[in-house]
Design a protein around this ligand. Structure first.
Ligand code: 5GP
Length: 172
């Protein structure tokens, strides 16, 4: 039987999103900011975050798949949607839903660096540190979470639960 245990309320999510958006807006004043969301999970977070920003921004997405089994990243990352915008000389901020091993982000940072941006930084909704394998600097993080598989607010399990407005620990 699947059980959903509440982890973060919509209110807690909204408060942090607004706080992080204020910091990003301060840091990127006068810069050429491009947000690059990692599909599919980051789309809800990115949609809320970008509407709290007070600086001009352009958007793009990449879609990363890691062909593993179950609930762990295999490290075999493949892009199923590549970048569309030209980011050469631009300040890029990657928007990620959750950083677990960090392997997906490490791959995407390398990929984006190859286009010659002025900077690449990372904004993550959730930072799950226990299983970290790649040393990743998360420049803007909303919530540090413990172990356990989370769903809701864009995060899925087998494509289900993305539409839930709050974040839950899924117990299988
Ligand atoms: P990493 O490469 O850091 O191990 O994993 C990053 C990706 O794995 C995330 O973008 C997300 O798609 C998925 N992931 C990692 N932990 C969770 C989790 O607790 N819940 C869900 N739904 N996806 C996760």
């Amino acid at each position: 039987m699947r059980v959903l245990v509440p982890v973060l309320t919509k209110n807690a999510i909204d408060k942090k999103v607004a706080e992080v958006a204020r910091k990003i807006s301060d840091d990127y004043k006068g810069k050429d900011l491009v947000l690059v969301g990692i599909l599919k999970g980051a789309f809800v977070f990115m949609s809320d975050l970008m509407r709290c920003l007070t600086v001009p921004v352009k958007l793009d997405f990449v879609c990363a798949s890691s062909y593993g089994t179950g609930t762990t990243t295999s490290g075999n990352i493949k892009l199923t949607k590549e970048l569309g915008l030209d980011i050469k000389g631009k300040d890029v901020l990657i928007i990620e839903d959750i950083v677990d091993t960090g392997l997906t982000l490490a791959y995407i940072i390398d990929y984006l660096e190859s286009f010659g941006p002025a900077s690449v930084k990372v904004c993550a909704l959730l930072d799950k540190r226990e299983r970290r394998k790649a040393e990743i600097k998360i420049d803007y993080s909303c919530h540090v979470v413990g172990e356990g598989f989370l769903v809701g607010y864009g995060l899925d399990y087998a494509e289900e639960y993305r539409n839930l407005p709050e974040i839950y620990h899924l117990k299988l």
